[in-house]
Write a protein that binds this ligand. Structure first.
Ligand code: MN
Length: 275
């Protein structure tokens, strides 16, 4: 586990840079044995908290450089990273490092937002609304192997989904997931991804603000935390080579609801690796 404490890529309410500290604090509540996968996660895996990646918190380019460098070293040593953000801009350097090692990846992206914004939106190519566009355009994601789940709410324009559609990627809103059924959707996803190395990037705003109030760009109408767990558990069998949980913002949280959620989601990603 690595913390990446930055929110310099945030477009609305900042504060996600403090997430790793709070996830560590509540993670003492997360025990080892997974009741669904029937695996003792921390016995099956050698888990280490590698601390936080070090960079100036206000410099996004230096953050990307530091994170990519760290992940490249870990990956060369056969370590599978699980990153706690930070805002969603932390995912791009992780995906870059892993794709350099494994080739184009499958990416399972849970989020309220597409995160494929162009530089036109804010006059800047790199913020928390852009990592997926860069990952697609840099060839880090295999065609047809991106699954965006939980996307909802108004778009900036009619063409916002075009990039994702044009590469035969998949976009499931919470309603799409409910109509298909989560188990059926996961079976379809697993069949299409097959043996391809897979990265899981989990923006906590995929989950409804009722269940995840501590996040900077909330959108009503999201997944319940139960649906999210069911979905992530349904990824079992994929070759999960890394993952992240991002956009948890402690200052906006209540009673550590989102802190616990973030810690448990990270545990679910570890459980996929252990199972
Ligand atoms: Mn996001």
């Amino acid at each position: 586990m690595l913390g990446v404490p930055t929110d310099a890529g945030t477009t609305y309410q900042p504060g996600a840079r403090f997430a790793p500290y709070h996830v560590r604090r509540v993670s003492a509540m997360v025990q080892s044995f997974h009741p669904v996968h029937e695996v003792d996660v921390f016995a099956a895996l050698k888990c280490v908290d590698g601390g936080n990646v070090v960079f100036p918190p206000f410099d996004r380019a230096m953050m990307r450089e530091a994170v990519e460098g760290e992940i490249r070293q870990l990956s060369a040593a056969h370590v599978k990273p699980v990153v706690i953000g930070g805002d969603h801009s932390v995912s791009l350097p992780v995906i870059r490092a892993l794709a350099k090692r494994h080739g184009p990846l499958a990416v399972v992206h849970l989020d309220a937002h597409l995160d494929t914004s162009t530089p036109d939106v804010w006059g800047d190519a790199h913020h928390h609304g852009t990592p997926i566009r860069h990952a697609i355009n840099e060839g880090l994601v295999a065609d047809g192997a991106l699954f965006q789940v939980g996307i909802r709410g108004p778009r900036g324009g009619a063409g916002d989904d075009a990039l994702v559609r044009q590469k035969q990627h998949t976009l499931w809103s919470p309603d799409d997931l409910a109509k298909r059924g989560i188990d059926y959707a996961c079976a379809e996803l697993r069949e299409r991804i097959g043996k391809r190395p897979t990265y899981v990037t989990f923006d906590v705003d995929a989950i409804d603000p009722a269940f995840a109030p501590g996040t900077g760009t909330p959108v009503p109408g999201g997944l319940t935390s139960r649906e999210a767990f069911q979905f992530v558990r349904g990824l079992r069998g994929l070759d999960v080579i890394g993952g992240d949980v991002v956009e948890y913002c402690p200052a906006l949280d209540h009673a550590d609801i989102t802190a616990h959620l973030t810690a448990y989601l990270a545990y679910e990603v570890l459980a996929l690796m252990a199972a």
